[in-house]
Design a protein around this ligand. Structure first.
Ligand code: SF4
Length: 69
């Protein structure tokens, strides 16, 4: 596939615009999606403590998704 310099420039700008949109999306780091959270007990294995119900939606900086192996 060959493109003109103008087409190439336009395509690169479109990709940069799309990347900016994706990077601006808010991240869901709630406890319910975290590997460390036991939903039935409301327990966090990282902090070894129950997470107050009003803090679960926010999560914390130790949020982790499933381990991929
Ligand atoms: S408190 Fe942090 S580490 Fe614990 S379950 Fe919530 S997000 Fe995960």
């Amino acid at each position: 596939m060959k493109v003109t310099p103008y087409q190439k420039k336009e395509m690169c700008q479109t990709l940069r615009d799309a990347l900016a949109i994706v990077e601006a999306l808010p991240e869901d780091r709630s406890c319910r999606l975290c590997e460390h959270f036991e939903e039935l007990r409301g327990y966090c294995s990282e902090w070894r403590s129950n997470v107050p119900s009003d803090a679960r939606a926010q999560g914390c900086e130790h949020w982790e998704s499933d381990i991929p192996f």
